[in-house]
Design a protein around this ligand. Structure first.
Ligand code: ADP
Length: 256
């Protein structure tokens, strides 16, 4: 079976609520296998763009497509990780991943699901917490389950809405590195919303910087040509200089 094309395209979209045009004329192309971040001030419409790709919102004008097909609603080709984890409270960590797999990939056998679930729990360091329900998991652990579930389902296109937003700095960094490892092994198409410049630089191939709403749009498309695998931000002098320059440029764009 050939791998389906997992590109994403927003073609001349706008989004209005009532008489306010939140997002002005915007076009975005995301290539198959690319990790792209949407960076911008709060309220500029980043989540709205992600929801359009997820099929949970539609543009007021213009079209959104995935794999060259216009998006009409949610589909198994696109998976989303929310900031609030969206775990089922009555199921264990293992149960949540197993349930996600059963819904999204019904052709898998019970044994296959168990294997995939085990591997992904291990990948995010949750083997020992597999039988706990969300109420007995910390915020960081819940977020890990959400990420493990999304990657276990392994949709061609992954949508991450500030996936580390609610976490403390250390947990955040640890999970960013785990996501980086998982992504560098799979090279899925990822679109991530963030307002964290360092997070965007660490993870992305490309960072799209947005202006403020109303009439928000992409003001700059910044390639991040730092070597991979990245694991950590490198201490190599030239890489460090490039990272600093990228950070400065992005912060400047956000502030002005
Ligand atoms: P961001 O993710 O960049 O913080 P959002 O995409 O969440 O921004 O929201 C963009 C703007 O659209 C915000 O000003 C928000 O208040 C507004 N908005 C979002 N959803 C709705 C809605 N259902 N009705 C009216 N306004 C909305």
């Amino acid at each position: 079976m050939t791998k389906p094309n997992a590109s994403v395209e927003l073609n001349a979209i706008t989004k209005s609520y009532g008489s306010t045009t939140i997002i002005g004329d915007t076009s975005i192309t995301i290539n198959d296998g690319e990790f792209v971040s949407l960076l911008g001030p709060s309220g500029c419409g980043k989540s709205t763009i992600l929801k359009m790709i997820a099929g949970l919102a539609s543009p007021s004008t213009g079209t959104v497509s995935a794999g060259n097909e216009e998006i009409k609603g949610p589909g198994p080709d696109r998976g989303m990780v929310f900031q609030d984890h969206a775990l089922l409270p009555w199921m264990t960590a293992r149960g949540n991943i197993d349930f996600g797999l059963r819904s999204a990939r019904p052709s898998l056998s019970k044994t296959e699901r168990a294997d995939i679930t085990r591997t992904h729990l291990e990948q995010v360091g949750l083997t020992d917490a597999a039988e706990r329900r969300p109420a007995r998991l910390s915020g960081g652990m819940q977020q890990r389950v959400g990420i493990a579930r999304a990657f276990a389902i392994d949709p061609p296109i992954m949508l991450l809405d500030e996936p580390f937003g609610a976490l403390d700095a250390l947990t955040r960094r640890e999970l960013q590195l785990q996501l980086l490892n998982i992504w560098e092994a799979s090279h899925r198409t990822v679109v991530m919303v963030t307002h964290d410049v360092d997070e965007a630089i660490l993870l992305s191939d490309r960072v799209l910087v947005m202006s403020k709403s109303p009439e928000a749009t992409i003001i700059t498309d910044i390639p991040v040509n730092l070597p991979r695998p990245r694991h950590e931000l490198s201490e190599d002098a030239s890489v460090e200089a490039e990272t600093t320059a990228l950070r400065k440029r992005m912060l400047h764009l956000l502030e002005h």
